[in-house]
Design a protein around this ligand. Structure first.
Ligand code: MMA
Ligand code: CA
Length: 195
């Protein structure tokens, strides 16, 4: 599961931790020298340290991550709400393929638990003008919906007269106004994941 490169980075992080907590960035060896050639595999074509190399490695990485986040936000691929990052690849899939794609990416299907998370998902539904499946399914009791792990919904945003399927519509989609509709699971909808 864990690649040798990941081990190396993890090793580097733990190696660097005491330096950071003591606030001695000046005494650090170069992070790129420590990683050796490994960073080239990490992001081919990118220098390990942009700029003059004076900043400590943690700041360098924070700066680099924030620039990557800027690019992904510009491309309408990520947005945040609270502690979650929501992401889309702009592709469409049915419910089961969406759950699988999100899992394989290390996340899970987007699941709104409050109005701000609902708005974050809505941002993609509007940008791509495409409904999205949510991480919510009908329970064994018809018209009673729950999170995929079986826990009770803490927040709902049903469209008026929904849910309407009474056992015939087990999945839930988000409309372009942010409200929810219970729906059969075999439609093509925008893939939105959370991380
Ligand atoms: C469709 C389907 C349902 C939804 C109704 C609303 C006709 O069925 O999308 O899930 O409840 O439209 O009119
Ligand atoms: Ca419905």
């Amino acid at each position: 599961m864990m690649s040798p490169l990941f081990h190396k980075i993890l090793g580097a992080v733990f190696f660097l931790l005491p330096y950071c907590s003591q606030g001695k960035p000046a005494a650090l060896p170069s992070f790129s020298r420590f990683l050796g050639e490994a960073y080239k595999k990490f992001l081919p074509g990118f220098p390990a340290l942009a700029g003059n190399g004076k900043e400590d490695p943690v700041s360098q990485l924070e700066h680099r991550i924030s620039r990557l986040e800027g690019v992904l936000h510009l491309e309408k691929m990520i947005t945040t709400a609270g502690g979650k990052i929501f992401a889309t690849n702009g592709k469409k899939a049915d419910f089961h393929a969406t759950v699988k794609e999100c899992q394989e990416a290390g996340g899970s299907i987007a699941t709104p638990t409050n109005p701000s998370e609902n708005d974050a998902i809505l941002y993609f539904v509007k940008s791509y003008n495409t409904y999205a499946y949510l991480g919510i399914k009908e329970s064994l009791i018809p018209s009673k919906f729950q999170f995929l792990d079986g826990t009770k919904l803490s927040y709902t945003n049903w469209h008026s007269k929904e849910p309407s399927g009474k056992g015939e519509e087990e999945c839930v989609e988000m409309y372009t106004d942010g409200t929810w509709n219970d729906k059969r699971c075999n439609q093509n909808r925008l893939i939105v994941c959370q991380f």
